[in-house]
Design a protein around this ligand. Structure first.
Ligand SMILES: Cc1cc2nc3c(=O)[nH]c(=O)nc-3n(C[C@H](O)[C@H](O)[C@H](O)COP(=O)(O)OP(=O)(O)OC[C@H]3O[C@@H](n4cnc5c(N)ncnc54)[C@H](O)[C@@H]3O)c2cc1C
Ligand SMILES: Cc1cc2nc3c(=O)[nH]c(=O)nc-3n(C[C@H](O)[C@H](O)[C@H](O)COP(=O)(O)O)c2cc1C
Length: 592
């Protein structure tokens, strides 16, 4: 390759020529990674001594607990980087880790998310219980670090990681770095943390780091991601709740043509939306800003109007935002709310940025406000199609969030965007969020019980499309619940056809508002408890999708009741049975 306009002098060019002559592809790839690393860490350049790579005497175990795969991705990145620096590294999922080994470990990193309402992801449940429980061993010889993933809109932000960190510390283990808690936009923070961890760990092991560490934050190998979404064209958008419904649910079909994106039933689509324009204008009006003020965000420099519209979260406020706002404004009335957990919870639900500004006035610059607000996170929607049936399309089922408060009509940022601001042929920024913890069984003959309420039925449309495409009949039982038969029976005609063709074996429905007494999916489960238990003992998997707060809790309680009555189990045994089903991935839930 001619090196025209090379900045190298003749001597350097000769040296480069003799270095690169005869290199194979693998060697060239390695060298290009080395040079990228040099470029990315100018202050951290170490001379390379070819042929004498020092191997660290240290070993590191990276344990991860994940639901949607983020923690696993970070674990893989860390393993890659620290492995390159000569450390002997092993990466293990927390549900594969033998806990009795813990007392013999010297160095571990735990990367773990939090799910449910402050609960560990299913694969980390046992570890979390063990390490925070009475049986945990003393760990004075252990050095560790915890990276915790979470979402600042949840009350118990990064609880699992924090619990594990505190437990390890209490058991005498020594933290290499303090616990790091990361919000949904974890990529940059995780990448910086990895670099920091690798250098601290290597310093501690008194080995020279031969390879500079590139501070790229390329998580995952997918071409399209949260940070680089694909522009999908809207092929269809149909309201699938009836005129009389008090809900507004849309079936939306998006084209993935040209993207090469693939997904599996059970995965979700991430959508990057924008905020309601009238809310943006109302905020600007309230602050007497014209919207042209320039603000510096981590995504770049924008006008304040653009930042409020596309880059900052304003339909929802969370604890972190309120605390930062209070620090800046020192408003006494707000302080009272912040100091009372219940009042704070009540305030966070159903109040947006405009409420905050109106209720607790303050004089802030556009930049100060931008610094307080959270980056606009993508919203996830369960995929309601199978690529085996729809090819280069992806379908979603979206309930529009609408409510009125303080005399102001409000809409959710993303569901409102899809309902009000997106039309046929519009383009929507999307990416796929894999969900390895919500998957059809590998053996297609395994019976499946699918329990879902409202839009919780979406992934089951994908599951059944997949079974139909594979001509796999029977062994499928759907429990569906919503408010009213006439207006809210989502995808009714499709279920009827699947039933007629034999791909859906049974369907039981519960419409809560069609009669005086409330009737929910859990009541249908109880009515059919003998059969449900029989399906289970015949090896069925159970799936649960939809509302986390009420439905998921009630259904789990009902299942425990069924185990007790039909399986003759004590309360404790029933709980153990549910735990085993979860561990064996025969009970999978995707609730939100
Ligand atoms: C894995 C996963 C899968 C999901 N799948 C689906 C799916 O298939 N279909 C689907 O529709 N959604 C699904 N969701 C939920 C979805 O991601 C969004 O959370 C939802 O659409 C709301 O987002 P939004 O931006 O429209 O509303 P936001 O702008 O986030 O507003 C929501 C906020 O509005 C307020 N609010 C809402 N309702 C009321 C009310 N009645 N009274 C007072 N305040 C209220 C609350 O403060 C609430 O936090 C899923 C979520 C996850 C995590
Ligand atoms: C249904 C649901 C519940 C969640 N609950 C919490 C929570 O209680 N606390 C928290 O900090 N994060 C919570 N999160 C956010 C996740 O921890 C976050 O998305 C994380 O990046 C997931 O990482 P993982 O893919 O490794 O599981 C929740 C996410 C979902 C989808």
């Amino acid at each position: 390759m001619p090196l025209k306009l090379s900045p190298l002098n003749k001597q350097q060019l000769n040296a480069l020529g003799s270095l690169t002559a005869g290199l194979n592809r693998e060697q060239i790839v390695w060298l290009s990674g080395y040079f990228q690393g040099l470029l990315a860490s100018p202050g951290n350049i170490h001379p390379i001594s070819i042929g004498s790579r020092v191997k660290s005497d240290k070993q590191l175990k990276i344990l991860y607990g994940t639901h949607t795969g983020h923690s696993k991705l970070i674990a893989a990145n860390l393993a890659d980087k620290i492995g390159n620096s000569g450390v002997e590294v092993t990466t293990i999922a927390l549900d594969d880790y033998k806990m009795r080994q813990l007392s013999g470990e010297t160095n571990i990193v735990i990367i773990v998310s939090t799910h449910g309402e402050g609960e560990p992801p299913a694969m980390a449940e046992e570890f979390h219980e063990f390490i925070t429980g009475k049986r945990a061993p003393k760990l004075a010889g252990l050095s560790y670090s915890v990276l915790a993933l979470g979402d600042k809109s949840y009350k118990l932000f990064c609880k699992t990681g924090t619990d594990i960190d505190q437990a390890l510390s209490k058991l005498g283990a020594k933290a290499i770095l303090p616990v790091l808690k990361l919000d949904l936009d974890f990529e940059e923070g995780a990448s910086d943390w990895i670099n920091h961890f690798v250098s601290v760990f290597n310093e501690a092991s008194e080995t020279s780091i031969l390879l500079p560490i590139a501070s790229d934050n390329s998580f995952g190998t997918e071409a399209y991601s949260r940070r680089n979404p694909f522009l999908a064209t809207v092929l269809d958008k149909v309201k699938i709740t009836g005129r009389d419904s008090d809900k507004e649910v849309y079936h939306i079909e998006l084209s993935l043509d040209g993207s090469g994106i693939t997904y599996e039933p059970g995965d979700s689509v991430g959508i990057l939306a924008n905020n309601p324009p009238h809310l943006v204008e109302a905020v600007l009006n309230h602050l007497s800003f014209d919207g042209n003020e320039s603000v510096n965000l981590k995504e770049g420099i924008f006008s304040f109007r653009k930042a409020l519209s596309d880059h900052l979260e304003i339909t929802v406020i969370n604890r972190d935002v309120i605390h930062k706002y209070l620090d800046k404004t020192l408003n006494g009335k707000l302080k009272e709310i912040v100091e009372n957990e219940q009042q704070l919870d009540d305030y966070l639900y159903g109040h947006d940025l405009l409420d905050l500004l109106e209720d607790f006035s303050a004089i802030l610059t556009a930049q100060e406000l931008a610094d307080i607000l959270r980056s606009f996170p993508a919203r996830l929607y369960s995929i309601s199609s199978s690529q085996a049936a729809v090819g280069n399309e992806v379908h979603i089922t979206v309930a529009t969030v609408r409510y009125s408060h303080n005399g102001r009509e409000r809409a959710g940022a993303c569901s409102g965007y899809l309902a009000d601001r997106i039309e046929l042929d519009s383009q929507v920024s999307v990416f796929i969020e894999k969900n390895p913890a919500f998957k059809l069984p590998e053996d297609e003959k395994t019976p499946v019980i699918l329990i879902g309420a409202g839009t919780g039925v979406a992934p089951y449309r994908a599951f059944l499309q997949q079974r139909e495409a594979n001509n796999q009949k029977g062994n499928t039982w759907l429990f569906f619940g919503d408010r009213r038969f006439y207006s809210d029976f989502l995808y009714q005609l499709e279920w009827q056809k699947l039933l007629k063709d034999g791909y859906l074996e049974r369907i039981d429905v519960a419409f809560s508002r069609d009669q005086e007494e409330k009737l929910y999916v859990q009541h249908r489960l109880i009515e059919n408890q003998k059969e449900v238990f029989k399906w289970l003992t015949n090896g069925a998997n159970i799936y649960l999708c939809g509302d986390m707060k009420q439905m998921a809790r009630d259904v789990q309680k009902t299942l425990l009741q069924i185990f007790e009555t039909e399986g003759g189990m004590s309360t404790e045994k029933a709980l153990d049975y549910l735990k085993t089903l979860k561990k064996e991935k025969r009970f999978q839930s995707d609730v939100y």
